[in-house]
Design a protein around this ligand. Sequence first.
Ligand code: GLP
Length: 240
Amino acid sequence: MKIIITRDYQEMSERAARLVLETVKAKPDAVLGLATGNTPLGLYRALVAAYASGKASFAKVKTFNLDDYVGLPRASRDSFWHYMQDNFFSQVDIKPEHVYLLDGTAKNLADEAANYERHILDEGGIDLQILGIGMDGHIGFCEPGASFTSRTGVVNLTKSTREVNAENLLELKQVPAQGLTMGLGTIMEAQKIVLLANGRHKAFILHKALYGPVAEEVPASILQRHPDCTVIMDAAAAGE
Ligand code: GLP
């Protein structure tokens, strides 16, 4: 793994944006895997700024988001679809037909998951996958105990994940109990992975994921086995 420690959140976001922009410059029709949460907000701001100043175009880029809630309509303020529209898609020249997000309201979630996997393959696989890390070491919505070979599908969300998300989003009782997420096996097939983490509260789990045993109790630990994974963290997250 390549580990980059930055001064602060801003620098973490700019370093990540640089990697995304290099990928898109080298391959204008690159396939990006995208994450939600607080962590990548600065990255999206930096990408929007690059587009606004004419330094980048996403016109040919395709994107696949990691996950979304089961049962939450896309139009809901709290859906990851809404987050992506607000923070990135609506502010750049990406084409709506190039944007893929799992639909947690699909009638048949198994079909939705299988189609998603097929679309990823049809687009040639993910060139660059952006990840955040949950407080329990989850990536996407792959919670502790998820199989390292798991594929896209429905998962039960842990209490801790629901509580953290409730802080930003809905009241706890309204946070869906399940998510629809790319599997760890799916994520590991990306050509390149960039994991972002900031803040002191992430230091403990980040140390466990990067230096602890590779174990299904800490889903992000699987990244130790990826041939091209860069971790960009701010000084606070590097605290351990
Ligand atoms: C959520 C998302 C993840 C995200 C993680 C961390 O549950 N499904 O994709 O990486 O939590 O979120 P944050 O960046 O807000 O700490």
